[in-house]
Structure formats: structure tokens, C-alpha cells
Write a protein that binds this ligand. Structure first.
Ligand code: ATP
Ligand code: MG
Length: 456
């Protein structure tokens, strides 16, 4: 029997199987997207692939954001070319990923376009149902378009996905994605949106809807819970009622997800410009009590300090709108400041009390030591700033970041924000030991290019 592990993704051969040869017809909408919004390197990749006879689409969050008129932060390409075929077309590329091989095409200025071969979940079966079409939009499908709905392959038991790494067809690639708005493909050459999952009508209705059964899909991958909240908050979309109910019902499954992925999603919630709405949705749905119970309890009290926390998150979003997004550690500290200050109040050894407070968070979310140390430094500096002792920290490296935390707090309590010193570089300048460098190598950092995190 062939298991996904036995498939050499560099081989061009596809698996023999009993899947039908007739592929379902997607709803295809004519839609010209303003090229100025599309990354020119991504357009080059798409055009070269299709010039060489391959199918190549822009996929995922990039299509969603473009259709909402937003400039995406990354542009991902999916194609029927195998990784080795993609490699042959782009000299400036390299194959990455152990479980599923992807190709990174490298461009000047550190821009990286990720090219994935269409893939499928080998256990996935689906049904074709009547599509919900968008009224008044030009439909270019030839036959009778359908909408695909994955059928739960197993109900009950452990559904956590561990493998989804074999090649597939475009429609199979679409239905393995999480939300309908993330399952759209864009064909740049023809100016067409290819919709196997009903994503276009959901974008029109401005709703986050699951591809398939929310109950099943959240159990397969509980990180999708945070992703649903992120898209709703950041893009100002409603959450489909069954999705929201499943979030509430399955929130405790987040404890089973890889902590690094959960933490990364928390940072994405905070840095997306909708930190307030994100944390509010997490809190309201009970998700916050799973990932950061310390904060959830604090907010439950609904006292003046809880209101200050909401105010700091609103202020961080306002800073983001002004184009001055504070760093991850600053927003993380702004979010946790209330419970931290409550814990250290009246204690002589603030640093040790902070560590005690942070210990369960570190254990639960695997917070990197560098982040924890940074938050501690920020809180200590914040205390001095709010005690009117700015001079004692003004020459410290942490000062500009601490001033941003302090400014968020000033705005939250209705005071004018202080003038901010220029930002410090992302990583505090300090002697880096071998341990750091080893850590960087293990995390795949250090090549100088823009890196993106991705589920593989
Ligand atoms: P963001 O704007 O935050 O990057 P995104 O939708 O682009 O959001 P990515 O994490 O970059 O999210 O993933 C790219 C695409 O991969 C998604 O749009 C979705 O189609 C698919 N995807 C990502 N994570 C999952 C998941 N956990 N389950 C199913 N599909 C996923
Ligand atoms: Mg993305």
C-alpha cells in the first residue's frame, strides 16, 4: 500500500487510484483585478507557468484579499506542475519543505513567491451540490457548475490531520482548504475567479463559512478556530452561525494543537490591525479562556482595569491605521499588562513575580524565551515611565518600545499620547551567542529573505 510518506514528491508520477476521470465544473466568474494590486513577481510566475502549458492560479488569502480590494500580504501560487518542473522553469528557485515539497521562487529585494503543486487529502471524499451563485455577476462556466462539499470521512475518534501531502487536482486542492473565502482560485490570464466551494457568494455576503462541516473541520485542525476569528475581525466579516457554534463547542480542542501554531495565530490576531475585535471575539466565544485564561478571568471582572485593556488594544489598532504598527512584544505586553500588574502589585521582587505569572503561559503556548524576556523588560520600564521616572530608562535600548506601550496606555485612559522616540530595529542589538545562532538555524532563519510561516 502506498502511504503519503512513500510518495516522493519530487517524482512527477501521480498515484494510481480509483478517482473518477470526469472533474466537477466550478462556477467561473469573469473578474478583472486591478494589476496594480497584484505583486509583479507573482504575475511573472503565473504567466511563465501558463506559457509553458501548466495550469497556474493565484490561491488562498491573496485571492480573498484582492477580491475585497485589499493588497494581500503574500501571493501564493498553485499549479499542476510538479515541484521539479517548477524548479526547471525558475532558475532562481529552491525546493523547500519536508512533508510537502513547495518551491520558493526568489526575486530581487528578498521577495519570495511560494509555488505549490495542487494537493489533496487522500482520505477526502466529497459531494457535489447545487451552487450558490452571485446574482448579477457574469458566469463563464461551460456546463452546470457545482459546489463541492467534503464528506466527513470518519465521525468520532481522533480527527487531527497529520498528513495531507499528496498531489491532487484543483478541485481537491480547493476543498481541503478551511473557509470558502480562502478556497478561491484566480486565473490571471483570463481574468477569472474559479470557485469550487461557494467562496464568491460568501465574500459577497461577507461571511466566514467553513468548507464542509465546521464540527469536523475544527476537530481536524483546531487552529482553524483562531483563523476564523482572525478573518472575521480583520476583514470585518460575520461568522456563519454553525461556525460560531462549533467554535464555542470545540474551543477546548485548541489544547491539542501545536503550541507554536497557536502562538503564531495569536500574534497574527494582534498584528492584523484588528486586535481589539479579535481579542473580543476570543473572549466572547470562550476561546480566550482556553489560550490565555489569565487574561480571560481579568476581563471577566469588567472593572476599570479590564476597560483599560480594551482601550490599549483599540489604541494599538489606531497606531496600526496610522502606519506605525507596534512590535509583537509591545502589543502582547499591552494585552497582558492588566493581569501582570495585578500579579506584581505590592511584591518586592517584581521580576521573580513576573516569571511566576508567566510560567503557565510559557508552558501552554511555548512562548520563546526572547519574547518573555522582552515583555518583562517592557513592563519594568513601563512601571518607571508611569511613576514619572523616564530619566532612569531613557538611555536603555528598550526605551522606544516601552514608550509605545506607555503611549497605548495613555490613550486608553484618555490622556494625550506622549511624543514617541524613533523605533529601534526589530531585534535588540546585542552579542549573539552560539545558542542563538543554533536556534536560528533550527528555525530555518538567517538566510536574509522574507520568511513566511505555513502549515505543511
Ligand atoms: P493571512 O492573510 O493571515 O496570511 P491566509 O488565508 O493567507 O491568511 P495562510 O496561513 O497564509 O492564510 O494560508 C494560505 C492558505 O492556505 C489559506 O488561505 C487557506 O486556503 C490555506 N490554509 C491555511 N491554513 C489552513 C488550515 N489550517 N486548514 C486548511 N487550509 C488552510
Ligand atoms: Mg497568507
Amino acid at each position: 500500500m502506498t502511504t503519503p510518506h512513500d510518495v516522493d514528491p519530487l517524482e512527477d508520477a501521480r498515484e494510481a487510484d480509483d478517482r473518477p476521470d470526469v472533474f466537477p465544473e466550478p462556477a467561473i466568474y469573469g473578474r478583472e483585478i486591478d494589476e496594480a494590486l497584484i505583486d509583479s513577481d507573482a504575475a511573472k510566475v503565473l504567466r511563465r507557468l501558463s506559457r509553458h502549458g501548466y495550469v497556474a492560479y493565484l490561491v488562498g488569502g491573496g485571492v480573498r484579499d484582492l477580491l475585497l480590494g485589499r493588497r494581500p500580504k503574500d501571493f501564493d501560487v498553485a499549479t499542476d506542475a510538479s515541484p521539479s518542473e517548477v524548479r526547471r522553469l525558475f532558475r532562481n528557485s529552491r525546493v523547500i519543505g519536508r512533508r510537502f515539497r513547495l518551491v520558493h521562487v526568489l526575486f530581487a529585494g528578498g521577495n519570495v513567491i511560494e509555488v505549490a503543486t495542487f494537493r489533496r487529502d487522500p482520505a477526502q471524499r466529497y459531494a457535489a451540490v447545487a451552487p450558490e451563485l452571485v446574482d448579477g455577476m457574469e458566469l463563464r462556466s461551460d456546463g452546470d457548475p457545482v459546489r463541492l462539499v467534503p464528506l466527513p470521512s470518519e465521525v468520532g475518534g481522533d480527527l487531527l490531520i497529520r498528513n495531507d501531502n499528496i498531489f491532487g487536482e484543483p478541485h481537491e486542492d480547493a476543498i481541503r482548504r478551511d473557509f470558502t473565502i480562502n478556497g478561491l482560485f484566480y486565473d490571471l490570464d483570463h481574468g477569472e475567479v474559479i470557485d469550487y466551494v461557494g467562496g464568491m457568494s460568501d465574500l459577497e455576503r461577507r461571511v466566514v463559512r467553513m468548507i464542509g462541516e465546521p464540527e469536523v473541520r475544527f476537530r481536524e485542525d483546531p487552529v482553524r478556530i483562531l483563523r476564523a476569528i482572525k478573518f472575521s475581525a480583520r476583514l470585518d466579516l460575520g461568522i456563519d452561525a454553525p461556525v460560531y457554534e462549533a467554535i464555542v463547542h470545540h474551543r477546548c480542542e485548541l489544547a491539542r494543537a501545536a503550541s507554536a501554531r497557536v502562538l503564531e495565530e495569536i500574534f497574527r490576531l494582534l498584528r492584523g490591525g484588528a486586535a481589539h475585535r479579535s481579542v473580543y471575539l476570543c473572549w466572547e466565544s470562550g476561546v480566550l479562556a482556553e489560550v490565555l485564561p489569565e487574561l480571560a478571568c481579568f476581563l471577566d471582572d469588567d472593572g476599570p482595569q479590564a476597560r483599560r485593556t480594551w482601550g490599549r488594544l483599540l489604541a494599538a489598532d489606531a497606531m496600526h491605521r496610522d502606519g506605525a504598527l507596534p512590535k509583537d512584544a509591545v502589543v502582547f505586553a499591552a494585552m497582558l499588562l492588566g493581569p501582570i500588574l495585578e500579579a506584581v502589585e505590592g511584591r518586592r521582587d517584581v521580576s521573580a513575580t513576573f516569571d511566576e505569572f508567566f510560567q503557565p503561559i510559557t508552558e501552554r503556548l511555548n512562548v520563546p524565551r526572547r519574547m518573555k524576556d522582552r515583555v518583562r523588560l517592557l513592563v519594568l520600564a513601563y512601571q518607571r515611565l508611569s511613576a514619572g521616572r523616564a530619566a532612569s530608562v531613557a538611555r536603555r535600548e528598550v526605551f522606544p518600545d516601552a514608550m509605545r506601550l506607555y503611549a497605548l496606555d495613555c490613550v486608553a485612559r484618555g490622556d494625550p499620547a506622549p511624543d514617541l522616540p524613533p523605533e529601534t530595529p526589530d531585534r535588540p542589538p546585542r552579542a549573539r551567542g552560539d545558542r542563538d545562532r543554533r536556534h536560528d538555524r533550527a528555525a530555518g532563519r538567517g538566510s536574509g529573505e522574507r520568511r513566511r510561516r505555513r502549515r505543511r
